[in-house]
Design a protein around this ligand. Sequence first.
Ligand SMILES: Nc1nc2c(ncn2[C@@H]2O[C@H](COP(=O)(O)OP(=O)(O)OP(=O)(O)O)[C@@H](O)[C@H]2O)c(=O)[nH]1
Ligand SMILES: [Mg+2]
Ligand SMILES: [Zn+2]
Length: 282
Amino acid sequence: MDVGEAEPHLCRIRGSLFKGNPHQNKIAVGDEVEIDLNVAEDAGWILSLLPRRTKLARRPAIGVPEQVLVSNAEILLIVASLRDPAFREGLVDRFLVAASCGGLEPLLILSKADLSTCAEITPIQELYSSLGCTVLVTSVPESRGLDSLRELMRDRISVLSGHSGVGKSSLIAALFPDWGIRIGQVSKKSGKGRHTTIMAEMFPLPQGGFIVDTPGIREFAPLVKPEELDKHFIEFNPFLGQCRFKGCSHRHEPQCVIKEAVSAEKITEQRYRSYCSLYDSL
Ligand SMILES: Nc1nc2c(ncn2[C@@H]2O[C@H](COP(=O)(O)OP(=O)(O)OP(=O)(O)O)[C@@H](O)[C@H]2O)c(=O)[nH]1
Ligand SMILES: [Mg+2]
Ligand SMILES: [Zn+2]
């Protein structure tokens, strides 16, 4: 069903969809489901969940295998300012791993460009472009990058992510000035720190396409096995499988080809640090 054209329907989830762990939320924002509306009740029934094309999942509470925050989205918008607040490469790299794990296309938005010089922006822009990520430089007061961003979002499902204060709400307001919806208000209502409440919402865009806003995305850890993390650092790929030890974690082992690549400046120190800190947190 095309959500953009369909009437909204209130539906209950059939009990059999909760087989296994009853605490696991089986339906995520963006899911496509089969429903039955031919019931003499005030709400229809969700009968089954269709296969997910992509998913953004995070490490869940104890006892639950995974927590899917958003499914079937195509683009992960990673908003990061260089100043005010300062650029956090660790967070950007986490989001890149999440996009890679879930099959989403990452789009890095370097926001608030009016507060930084070209000399500050260019190295970051070049690093992430070299990793195959589309990078857009934006500034709301200078209207910079907005037309390109609007075009990239047209007719596609995007998920908004990024640290608090980087300018997500301002960007959406500047992209769609006549739009009545105030994206980004959700995070204030739900309150940071209460990780169990996820109020994700998907909004149809005035120009076609959808945007998903979820406070759960802002500070999450991607769902990935530590031994598979290196595959999601794309520039590590040419070196994988060549370390002295099978299953090398590339941290303390001798004769590690990844560490050699860092010394030879084929992998940046910054990305290697992100890898190690994410590995340690998993
Ligand atoms: N100089 C400058 N300031 C900006 C720009 N975009 C946003 N701001 C300012 O940055 C502050 C935070 O912007 P928001 O849009 O609220 O940031 P947010 O990412 O939605 O923050 P949360 O909702 O807390 O996650 C506001 O004071 C904005 O006016 C920009 O391009 N340039
Ligand atoms: Mg906001
Ligand atoms: Zn290694």
